[in-house]
Design a protein. Structure first.
Length: 348
């Protein structure tokens, strides 16, 4: 078997058998990878033009009750310097972002009980009141159905919750026993039902990964029909049990971005910070593999170094939201253009 017929099938049918996906992942070489990525970039351009959508990321708390084995802000990491942003600090981030042309704010944090529904709803309402033309995306992990509903009612538009892996034996390798894959996947279903534009995703090359698991993940995502899909390489963090593990590869990440684009043509797919961390031109390469979103950091500069999910995470320089000009130039250098737009999911 050759890779090309499977790539063509993905392009035409937006789907393939699990064995074909696995075959592709195993046999893609330099030439067929280039072909796959170009096909995916073409598909993205067909749907979105050469437009790249911006999201301003506000990492508003690094307190977390969970102990995910891979994560630098896991509860058990005594070396993490913990912080929470106040409502007025969050509003300051939005103000700066709005002036720079951001029309989506992503509130991301650890699972921090301080930010109960009342506090979250107040933050969401304040942002929507001040910036009614902006979308609010939440990324707060697993919460109750009631909580998801309350925050949606308060005005939140979107929710990002990576499943990390939908394969039970792999999930168990990455998380402590108290955490449940079943609940995580249930949350994704509830989020969709509640009316959020819902994002899922995973780390590429997380400890214990196998090609077969990745093929299964692609099938899970296809079936979920998410509005957004965020993937990035796993990168070890020095204060976690996975400190000495190998990180995910750039090539595999780019090939997966491309496969996800062909299988989910309408989805909003970011060129993530993690891909920019392992390669200085990683985000441009992800766009040239079918990504159509960038998510620069709008958090106050003073806290950025404390939201260290993995070693060497980008936290100053071009990826920072303030550096719109540098970002514009980078994106223009590959023939794309950043637009001032909420960048909602649309059916085509
Ligand atoms: N607490 C929320 C949740 O669980 O969805 C959002 C914050 S969580 C830190 C955001 C994402 O960071 C996770 O979904 C995970 O994929 C990513 N992440 C954490 N540790 C990482 C690592 N070592 N390498 C790459 N990505 C990592």
């Amino acid at each position: 078997m050759d890779c090309r017929p499977i790539i063509e099938k993905l392009r035409k049918e937006q789907d393939a058998q699990m064995e074909e996906l696995r075959y592709l992942l195993e046999h893609l070489d330099e030439e067929s990878s280039a072909y796959l990525r170009a096909a995916a970039a073409e598909e993205a351009v067909r749907h979105f033009g050469r437009k790249i959508y911006l999201r301003g990321l506000i990492e508003f708390t690094n307190y977390c009750k969970n102990d995910c084995l891979y994560c630098g802000i896991r509860r058990g990491n005594q070396n993490a310097v913990r912080y929470r942003l106040t409502l007025s600090q969050i509003m300051e981030c939005c103000k700066m972002g709005y002036e720079l042309g951001y029309r989506t704010f992503v509130l991301q944090g650890g699972e921090d009980a301080y930010f109960n529904d009342e506090r979250m709803c107040e933050i969401i309402r304040s942002i929507k009141k001040e910036y009614p033309d902006c979308a609010v995306t939440l990324s707060l992990g697993e919460r109750s159905e009631e909580s998801y509903r309350a925050m949606h009612k308060a005005g939140a538009d979107r929710y990002l919750l990576r499943e990390e892996t939908s394969v039970p034996e792999h999930y168990a390798m990455l998380h402590p026993k108290q955490m449940s894959l079943e609940n995580r996947l249930h949350c994704l279903e509830i989020l969709k039902e509640t009316g959020y534009q819902t994002g899922c995703g995973f780390m590429v090359g997380s400890p214990g990964w196998q090609l077969e698991y990745l093929a299964r993940e692609l099938c899970y995502i296809k079936k979920l029909r998410p509005h957004m899909i965020g993937i990035g390489p796993f990168i070890p963090h020095k204060d976690t049990v996975f400190a000495k593990e190998t990180g995910g590869s750039l090539d595999l990440t780019l090939n997966l971005v491309a496969m996800l684009r062909l299988m989910n043509p309408n989805a909003m797919i970011p060129a993530t910070t993690a891909v920019g961390t392992i390669d200085p031109r990683g985000r441009e390469k992800a766009i040239l593999s079918g990504a159509n979103v960038v998510m620069p950091n709008l958090s106050p500069v003073s806290v950025r170094k404390n939201y260290m999910l993995y070693d060497n995470k980008l936290c100053t320089g071009d990826e920072a939201a303030e550096c719109r000009k540098c970002l514009d130039a980078r994106i223009r250098s590959i023939g794309y253009e950043i637009v001032t737009d909420r960048g909602d999911y649309r059916e085509f």
